[in-house]
Structure formats: C-alpha cells, structure tokens
Design a protein around this ligand. Structure first.
Ligand code: DGJ
Length: 702
C-alpha cells in the first residue's frame, strides 16, 4: 500500500491482485501501518453481486474490462482491429516522498504504461502518464484517461460552459447513473471549456463542504467525465480527446499524455481555489516573482483598426497622468490589416498605418516611463494576405477542401517546419527591432479541419504553440505573453506554463464580467487575469455604468483600462487615478492572498475578498448586481480573518458607490474596529445600495 499525504488530503494506492487500484482519495488520514492497511483494503472491498461477474474490482487505475470493470477503461486502442482488449499487470509501484510512479505492462497487447502521481504541499494531485508500444506493428491509440474515485457523498457535478463574451458560466447538476461528460474539440481549450470539473455534495458552498476537482492542463482537445456505475463506483476522469488516427505508435514510440491536475478540498470551493493558487504561485517562474503586474492600457476598444499616431499620443499623455505602466497596441499595425478581412499572417509594420514605423510611438511611450506591448495572431492567416498568396499549402485542411472560415481566417499549419519558422522569424524580427516588453497573442477561430498532409494534428499544433511561446521568451528574455482567443478562449492550466496573462473575456461590461471573473478565478489566480475598465457605455452590452463600478470590477485581477481615456471627464479621470493608485498600492496583496467568497449573500450580489497570508490585511468587495428585494437589514460578514485580532474596517469611499437609497448611513459608516471573530459572525450592516454599484473595504489589523 502506498499512502501519499499532504496538508489536508490523502490518496492511497493498493494492489488489487496483480493490478493497482486507488483505494481512497479525500480528507487527510493519519499514518497507516501494514496492519491497518490490510483492514482498509478489506473495508473497501466490494461484494460481488448476483447477476454480475464473480469478481468485484476496486477503483482500478486502468479500469480494464478484462478485469471486470464495467465503465470506461483508461486506455482504448487497437492494432488495426486486434489487441483491443487489455489487461495490465503492475510491474512496479515506487513511492518517493509524496509521489508515486507505477509501471504497468500488457504482454499480450504489447504495451507499457507509466503514471506518476505527485501530491504537492497544497494538495494538488498532478498526474502524468506515458503509453509505449513495446511490440511490432502500429498501435492505434484512441484515448488515455486519468480516473480518480469519488466519495459516496458526492451527488452533484459543477462544470462550466460558455461562448464569446460569456465564458465559464457554472452549471450544477446531480450525478445520476451514467456518464456526465464535457468534451472539447475546438483545437483549443475554447470558450466552452469547462476549465475544471468538480464533484461535490449538494450542500457544499464556497466556505464549507467537500469538493473534488479534475482538469486537463492542456490547450487542445479534451475530455472531462463523471461516471456513476450500477456496481456503486463513482469516478471522475479526464484526458486528451484524440481524433481518429491522431496517435499511431510504432514499436518503441511513446505517447506522453498531457498532465491532469486534481485536488480535494474539505473547505468548500474556496479551499479548492486556494489549493490551486498556492501551487501555481509556488512555481519558480511564477510571474509575480518576476515583477508586480503592470497597470495596462489596451487600445483595442479605443481605436480598433483606426491607428492614428496623433490620437494615440494624446491617449498616452493621459495614460501617463493616470499612472498607466504598460500601453498595448492591438490589432491593425501590420501588413494590409486595415480591417479584419485582410493582412493576417504578414507580421511586418504597415507603412499605411504607421508611416514612420513604430519606433517613434514606442519612444514616446517609453520616455514617459511606460512599457510598450504589441498584438499578434501568429497561428492564423487571411486568404487576402501575402503569406497565403505565397503559401496556400500552409493551412490546416482536409486535402482538396477549404475549411469554413471564422472571422475570414484560416489556421496556419504550425506542424510544418516552414510555416512554423516563418511565423517565429517574423515575430522575432519585430521584437528584435523594437523595444517590446509584452505581446498579446490572439487566436480567433477554432480548428474545424485540423489536418496536415491528411492526418489530424491538434496535438502537434498545440505543442507547436507552446514551443513557439517558449522559444520567443528564450530569444527575448523578460518578454511577457498574454494568451487571448477571442477573449477567454484559451485559458487553461496547461497555458499557465507558457503565458503570463490571460485576456479573461472580450466582455468588459462589469455586470456580465463579475460572473466570468468569479468562475475563471476558481483555478486561475487573479494575477493572470486581465481585467480592464471599459468605456462609460460598454461596447458589448451597451449598458452605462459608473466609473467606480467599472473600476471595482477590474480591481481583482491584472488590472488595466480599455477605453479612449481622453473621453473621460474630470470626475472619471479622478476615479481612474484613484483606481490605479489603489491597485499599485495593494497589488501585492491582491496577487498573493487567500481567497474568500461569501455564501451568505442574499439576492443577486457578490461579496469576495483576499486576505493576506499573515491575516494582517484584507481587501473585500461587495457588488450589488440587481436591485434589492427589500430595504431591510442586509448584513454582511467577513470570513477568513484571525479571530482574536482587532481590525479597522474602512470603506474606500472614492471607489465605492456614492449614491444610496437611504436617508441616513449605517451606524458604523465609513469605518469601524471589530475583531476577526466579530467580523465573521456579527458583520456589518450594509447601506442600501442601488443596483450596479459596489463597496470596497480595506481591512487592516491594528
Ligand atoms: C479578439 C480579442 O479578444 C480582442 O481583445 C482584440 O485583440 C481583437 N481580437 C483584435 O482583433
């Protein structure tokens, strides 16, 4: 028996005959000696029921039908129709610290599988598998899935769906018999990607209850399953979705499966989130270890394709006055790209758009102490482009059939060396010739025909973009890359290893975006998530929001602005300055603290915050999204603080609502001292807020 255990969770592996099963995954258990190991094994052995097989398999890692498993197997594949049935025996299972490597062989099928399980100090379970063909002839791999057992008390699954401007919407449904599945074959993770799949109890909330999650750390095709079988097994599984013929292993070749990331929390969804954040932040190259996240002005919604140097200089003047630290020139600076039907693929500065080149504007920006960033979309091509005219053979397509277009573009086949090198060298040349600190890398259509020379290549195309990002960073030390895909279409736990920022969504409307940010933040820390103050009348929903509500919405992320700030009046400019100053002063806390999301809020509102690791400081936001049902007492409590400590709670008035439906403010307004215990259980009476307004609280130990 092998027992991996960290702060709050345990996973136990045990032999089931000559195979290996996961006996338990959940709340941390104490030390297990050999004798109690045997008892646990016996306690968990299922009865063999009438009408079934004479065996009752445990939670087998590989779930072979040949061993009596009645659900989905971990491995599916064949050799041209034969060797489709598998039965692996475990060759070795070796523990080192809190990780375990198991090797399985099936001598008849001629396969070897190696899986490494690593339980990190914050209870993230990393799983890495390899499948090797050890026999003569081709092995056609259909899928490899990682499976983990679920506890009896899981009766609901939470996953996420979405589309452009409405990514990561939650859906929670009961785990009935059969398979609940989310599959993505867009050739990217996608707007509709579930980002993680969570099994939990119906009573589990943000602050309490148990939750088990599993996600693919992968930006290509994917599968996430929850399966409940009539023999009592309930499991969560995930893997790469392989297209037919995508992986054919010759003798000695190995399929390296993308990593899967799982975690268990006994402290609700907040525990699950904080486990992910702690793990992600512990990586040596984590972005906040490099430098604080610069306040960013992206000019897309300010200018779209209308690049006018004089207008942009004016915007930069205002940006400097407000305190912006990075200015990003978006789509439209290159080739014949004066609109979105032409020029994609020609990464050369346009003389039409920028007659003097980019150097003068970059210098102008840099002279004000601001960094410059530039947009690319290197995986795509318009047919109206020099690149396509020269290389119509460099797109992904079924031979003889042109794929349907998405935003008038086709997908470049980066698995072809020529195409890959062309993009790499053109982007590299622009970066070498200019002072560019950061690139925003877009990806504006999904892959309908991911075929190269007749074979499906989503996997190789995904590996190519990872390689491209890594190579660009190697050639340009310090370069940061933002992953964008029509907004938030390529945000996943795989891309965190290659990109430094995600464009969370093209939705800048704060009402819509609260939900998108909340659920993207379930596993991705805020320092990764681009959040911008948009224009007064939003371009997506055409709603009008106060600048403070927009600023509050954008604060809990890698903050920025996406607006022609010369349109801001004096009041709006003052609020923008306050927002920028508050962000700069508190970003270390915003990007390092423990997440707290309240379950107690009634109606359509959200209360969430970040508490510093030493619990001496916290920032909370209360967002009133729709109107209140009544004017009665609405009290909000603040969880996650130290019980004994006395705190000063202050409303940051210039970033909070300035108009209320009340004659007199609550008794404590705008500041009070209470202990952490009192804040958690007595809380504060809120003012009567109007819809689409919010409050910002700064809490500090005294
Ligand atoms: C889609 C992105 O999400 C936007 O932010 C912007 O970069 C446009 N593409 C540019 O075409």
């Amino acid at each position: 028996m092998i027992h991996l255990s960290q702060a709050r969770s345990s996973i136990i592996f045990a032999h089931d005959g000559d195979s290996l099963e996961i006996l338990y995954w959940g709340k941390k258990l104490g030390v297990i000696d050999e004798k109690s190991a045997e008892s646990i094994r016996a306690a968990r052995t299922k009865p063999a029921f009438h009408g079934g097989l004479d065996v009752a398999p445990g939670n087998l890692i590989l779930r072979e039908h040949a061993r009596g498993w009645i659900g989905h197997p971990a491995l599916r594949g064949h050799r041209g129709g034969v060797n489709a049935a598998h039965a692996f025996t475990v060759k070795s299972a070796v523990q080192k610290d809190q990780s375990m490597v198991a090797v399985f062989v099936d001598a008849i099928a001629g396969l070897e599988i190696e899986i490494t399980y690593t339980l990190t100090p914050s209870d993230i379970l990393l799983m890495d598998a390899k499948v090797t063909n050890t026999a003569e002839g081709d092995y056609f791999l259909e899928h490899f899935l990682y499976w983990l057992p679920l506890a009896e008390q899981t009766d609901e699954v939470l996953d996420f769906y979405g589309h452009w401007t409405k990514e990561r919407q939650p859906q929670r449904r009961s785990i009935d018999y059969g398979l609940i599945t989310r599959e993505g074959f867009e050739g990217r993770s996608g707007h509709d990607y579930t980002i993680t799949q969570v099994a939990l109890n119906h009573a589990t909330g943000f602050r309490h209850g148990e939750a088990w999650s599993l996600a693919m750390a992968w930006s290509g095709n994917n599968i996430h399953h929850v399966e409940r079988l009539i023999d009592g097994h309930k499991s969560i599984g995930a893997g790469e979705y392989l297209l037919p013929g995508e992986v054919i292993l010759k003798k000695g070749e190995t399929y390296v499966a993308p990593r899967a990331v799982a975690t268990f929390s006994d402290r609700g969804l907040d525990g699950l989130t904080n486990n992910h954040y702690t793990w992600i932040r512990s990586r040596n190259n984590h972005i906040t270890k490099v430098r604080p996240r610069p306040l960013t002005l992206n000019m897309w919604e300010a200018v779209y394709f209308n690049h006018n140097e004089e207008g942009i200089r004016k915007m930069v003047d205002k940006a400097a006055e407000i305190g912006v630290e990075r200015v990003v020139l978006d789509d439209g600076w290159f080739g014949s790209r004066r609109h979105d039907r032409a020029g994609l693929g020609d990464w050369v500065v346009s003389k039409d758009a920028w007659p003097n080149g980019l150097d003068p504007i970059i210098k102008y920006i840099n002279d004000k102490g601001i960094e410059f960033g530039l947009w690319f979309e290197g995986e795509m091509v318009n047919r109206d482009s020099d690149l396509y005219r020269a290389h119509p053979d460099w797109i992904l397509q079924e031979p003889g059939r042109l794929p349907v277009e998405g935003r008038w573009q086709q997908v470049l086949d980066l698995t072809k060396e020529g195409a890959y090198n062309h993009v790499l060298n053109q982007v590299d040349a622009v970066l070498s010739a200019h002072n560019i600190a950061y690139i925003k890398w877009d990806h504006n259509r999904h892959l309908t025909d991911p075929i190269s020379d007749g074979r499906p290549v989503v996997r190789k195309q995904t590996e190519a973009i990872y390689r491209m990002f890594d190579e660009l960073k190697k050639r340009h030390p310090g370069l940061e890359i933002e992953s964008c895909s029509s907004g938030g279409g390529r945000i996943d736990l795989g891309m965190i290893e290659h990109a430094d920022r995600f464009w969370t969504s093209d939705q800048n409307d704060p009402l819509e975006r609260q939900q998108i940010q909340r659920w993207t933040g379930l596993v991705i820390p805020p320092e990764f998530l681009g959040t911008h103050v948009g224009p007064t009348v939003g371009h997506q929903m055409h709603r009008t929001h106060s600048v403070s509500f927009r600023a509050l919405n954008a604060l809990f992320g890698h903050a920025g602005i996406e607006w022609d700030i010369n349109e801001a009046d004096s009041h709006e400019t003052e609020i923008l300055k306050a927002y920028v100053a508050f962000y700069k002063k508190h970003r270390d806390l915003l990007h390092s603290g423990t997440v707290v999301r309240s379950d107690e809020i009634v109606g359509d509102a959200q209360l969430y915050g970040t508490v510093s690791l030493d619990k001496k400081e916290a920032i909370f936001t209360y967002m009133q999204l729709t109107s209140l049902d009544n004017f009665g007492p609405l009290v909000t409590t603040f969880d996650g603080l130290d019980k004994e400590t006395l705190y000063q709670v202050t409303v940051v008035e210039n970033l909070s609502a300035d108009e209320f439906t009340q004659k007199r403010a609550p008794g404590w307004w705008p500041a009070l001292t209470l202990t952490g215990d009192q804040l958690a259980h007595i809380g504060l009476q809120l003012p009567v807020l109007k819809p689409e307004t919010g409050l910002l609280f700064h809490i500090k130990a005294i």
